[in-house]
Design a binder for this molecule. Sequence first.
Ligand code: WTA
Length: 631
Amino acid sequence: MWLPYRCTAKYVAASFSRGVAASFLRRARSGCNSAAFMPESAGFEGASGRDALHDYSVTHGESFWAAVARQRLSWIRPFDAVQDCDLSRGRIKWFEGGKLNVSVNCLDRHVHTCPERVALIWERDEQGSEVRYTYRELLEMTCRVGNLLRRHGVKKGDCVTIYMPTCPLAVASMLACARIGAAHNVVFAGFSADALAERIRDAQSSTVITVNQGVRGGKITELKKTVDAAVRGCPTVQQVFVSMRTENRVEMTDRDFALEEEMLKEDVVCEPEPMDSEDVLFLLYTSGSTGKPKGLVHTQAGYLLYAALTHRYVFSYHDGDVFGCVADIGWITGHSYTVYGPLANGGTTVLFESTPVYPDPVGEPINTEAWEWYYRVVGEGRCPVVDTWWQTETGGICIAPKPSEPDAEIVPGMAMRAFFGIKPVLMDTEGKLLTSNNTSGALCMAQPWPGMARTIHNNHQRFIETYFQPYPGYFFTGDGAYRSEEGYYQITGRLDDVINVSGHRIGTAEIEDVVNRCTAVAESAVIGYSHNIKGQGVYAFVVLKKGVDVQEAELSKQLNSMVSEKIAKYACPDFIQFAKRLPKTRSGKIMRRVLRKVVECDLDSLGDLSTVDDPAAVQEIIEGHEKLLSK
Ligand code: WTA
């Protein structure tokens, strides 16, 4: 692994509390007058105080975003138009005419003012070991990778797949892509070879960057071997750069290059590519309600601005703070709040290589109990805890208790308030706007904002159908929400079949697709259920083909290994219930609502069963479930 010459593997006590699956605030402050609180707002007439600023940001969106974009980002060429959006057609464009380079915004401008400020604190899996990188060192590392990629033919517009754990070279690789105008496609290093191959193929990457081995939770993972297996099914891949995270040698082929060795040959200056605001910055694959993951596309200026602004105001980030977001860089949280937001703001960001369940497990869901514990034990009663709602699609946080008026309340376990420029609305089942408070509905956004995804790679039609057709003129989040008497938002969960296992988003259809490939299986239904530690667990109902005679325990093992091979270990079912049949409607649709209630042991609210084709099927499912739990 590439280490700055000054501090090769310093072993000092970690400054950051381990095992917390949420962003951590070091200090809490609140603002009072608007211009002091938000310098960009100096010219906003009548916008004094946080609530007035929010009103201004949604009623005068153009002037709000123009001022913020001019002041927060460094432009090579100023933009001509603030926005050109039409949500009904899924057309989203911000800051057109403007040119900038994201890596310059995240690195060079801070190197000019404070080159020796620490940019990264890498808390390695080995407990108590951390390595620091200054802005100057991170820029040099980024430039070397940028030059290396250019020398190997990576051009503006290409897409580089990064399959690495959270580490400084992964950050430098992302920024190097941004520097030379290539898009990056970071794939979570827990994904299997098949899942990686699918993402490399869809992104049409010819270059992959990886590590020899990963170290997570004290265990070695063979990431290079996984890449080898993936690349066998990816004819587009021409070169693989391999960083050495451990000292163990791995097999290298003609197409493989030792990353650190190659970097030494490169210059520490790399000319940044001037990029259009709407050029692609990255693809990030995420799950939807169908089997195929979608490559959401984020672009340069709008994404960076939104990540920086939310990082600054939701977390009350100030110069000199150390900011820790312990999400993996393979997910949007790692992109926006480990890498782009903090670095755009010149911050010091913690890279957490390990896992929240090592050495001791900590739970995921932010229920009231977890909130209180986190507030008292981790924050020592002096840090606000903010439950932030957002998605891969939104680019950054859209609903969070902060920023708020000084001394405004924070209700445990509620995302509460819309961020600047965000206008959430709730819709009823007929697609009508719900205007009153104390009501629940489908959560949509009534206005575009700069951080939102622009399309699904290679499939704009799916983008429109998923997000803009359900409620024409609005962006549909896929989540349900409750709006309280006071007008605060609380997320009630997905309205589709997407679940969240230990922070990993996965479509139940993806798991079903794999289970159904087993020759003994006739059909299956996968359901998420509340799980104390993982947030949600995976429960699979499996119906076998007629005449199949297999040991259930053996088959369960086989199904688990198939899911782990095709997707990832975290997607493996916690429970597999074999059933003779599944409850269906007369038209043959599996009644997931009923299965969900059974799995949640909420038999009193099974609801209307009059549409079930054969009510006996429900009884069988209930009995089978009881039997499985009592085992
Ligand atoms: C869920 C993660 C409850 C939601 C940033 C959303 C939440 C999905 C919250 C996106 C929250 C996100 N409370 N549920 N505060 N924030 N979610 O794309 O269902 O990995 O649609 O982005 O996580 O997951 P993704």
